[in-house]
Design a binder for this molecule. Structure first.
Ligand SMILES: Cc1ncc(COP(=O)(O)O)c(C=O)c1O
Length: 397
């Protein structure tokens, strides 16, 4: 029996999306910028997908969706696209639990003289909106805070943060609002997101996290928000992302977005039930401590740290390997970092020790996950842990 529980890393492309991609690859292969019939048909495919992605986040204007190659590019376009509008370095604010797709461009800006404030988080991984208020300066031009944290599942108070960032602050010599971006790659398709009511200017999403194909993503850009593109070329995507669009992949993304919107109302509560069942099944395991926020968390996300982690004999990675041998795919934290053994920067930012931050474990559920999968996973998890930490189990007898 094989069980995949790493849906935050990626999701299997759903058959409906594959069928749409195949149809576009074989029939609508024109260049969407061409003015003839073949081009027009490809352009229609593109615009249909744009409407579907816009609908998923309730964007009124489909042209506020800029297709990119994925979440990473959407994040880079948000950060660097805003920064490029300024001739001299300014100030920006992010949280201390961002994905590397935010951290890396921000680090680059820092090298170029930008000032950066990284907001602390509490032990549950949450940013305090009052800290954001205090961090705003006269030259702050952008705030970016992750919507749902990929490693520990914490959902940030995005509405409050966005409101604070975007309101003019008289008395702080900040007479204008500041642009607010959120990396919603883990949240879109799993939580209802409505950009008409959410105080955000920019929002990143990714196709392969919501059962669309790898290689597509989007940045929502609120109409009126100014950005500069990251690279020059033919001026596709409203001038913000040059390059002939990958219409087959984007078509698959569109279908996945449409179905995610249709299924959200039934799938989200189902995932929450499964998530809570897994937490309950593992509640009595000695040395296995939940991380993140139990109340404000992504519906599909379960995370722990191993109290006995020491990095040499026992770490999150050891457990991932042992679970893999038993046919269950889980993660030792964010997928992009799990190649090398270093303490999780997210757990460190949350106040965990270096040792504890080597013991992060993540199990993320999805469309194909069943109650039987959850129960079997808990049984195997306990067996594996018992083998790895026999003294702990004995001590609690
Ligand atoms: C929060 C977050 N942001 C950005 C990304 C990058 O997205 P993509 O894989 O589409 O480039 C990920 C991927 O894991 C993520 O979890």
């Amino acid at each position: 029996m094989q069980i995949y529980l790493d849906y935050s890393a990626t999701t299997p492309t759903r058959p409906e999306a594959i069928a749409a991609m195949q149809a576009v690859l074989t029939q609508e292969w024109g260049n969407p910028s061409s003015l003839h019939e073949w081009g027009n048909r490809a352009a229609m495919v593109l615009e249909e997908a744009r409407v579907k992605v816009a609908d998923l986040i309730n964007a009124a204007n489909p042209e506020s969706i800029i297709f990119t190659s994925g979440g990473t590019e959407a994040d880079n376009l948000a950060i660097m696209g805003v920064a490029r509008c300024y001739d001299v370095p300014q100030h920006l604010i992010i949280s201390s639990v961002e994905h590397s797709a935010i951290n890396e461009p921000v680090r680059l800006l820092e090298k170029w003289g930008w000032e950066v404030t990284r907001l602390d988080v509490d032990g549950k991984g949450s940013v305090n909106p009052l800290d954001l208020k205090a961090a705003l300066r006269h030259n702050t031009v952008l705030v970016s805070v992750i919507y749902g944290q990929s490693e520990v599942g914490t959902v940030q108070p995005i509405e409050e943060l966005g409101k604070i960032a975007r309101s003019p602050m008289v008395g702080r010599s900040l007479s204008h609002g500041v642009l607010f971006h959120t990396d919603a790659v883990q949240a879109v398709g799993r939580l209802p997101i409505d950009v008409q009511n959410l105080p955000v200017d920019l929002l990143s999403l990714s196709s392969h996290k919501l059962y669309g194909p790898l290689g597509a993503g989007a940045l929502y850009v609120r109409p009126g928000v100014e950005l500069l593109p990251l690279f020059g070329g033919g001026g596709q995507e409203m001038g913000l992302r040059s390059g002939t669009q990958a219409t087959p992949i984007i078509a698959g993304f569109g279908v996945a977005a449409e179905l995610a919107a249709q299924e959200l109302a039934s799938e989200t509560p189902r995932l929450i039930k499964l998530r809570d069942r897994l937490f309950a099944n593992l509640a009595d395991v000695p040395g296995l401590i939940p991380t993140g926020d139990r109340d404000r968390r992504l519906p599909h996300h379960v995370s722990f740290y191993l109290e006995q982690a020491d990095g040499e004999k026992l770490s999150g990675k050891t457990l991932v390997r042992q679970m893999n041998l038993a046919g269950i795919g889980i993660s030792a934290g964010a997928a992009c970092h799990s190649g090398k053994l270093s303490p999780s920067p997210i757990l460190l930012a949350m106040g965990y020790s270096q040792k504890a931050a080597l013991g992060g474990i993540r199990l993320t559920l999805g469309r194909d996950t069943t109650e039987a999968d959850i129960d079997w996973t808990a049984i195997v998890f306990k067996q594996v842990l018992q083998r790895l930490t026999p003294d702990l189990f004995l001590a609690t007898r």
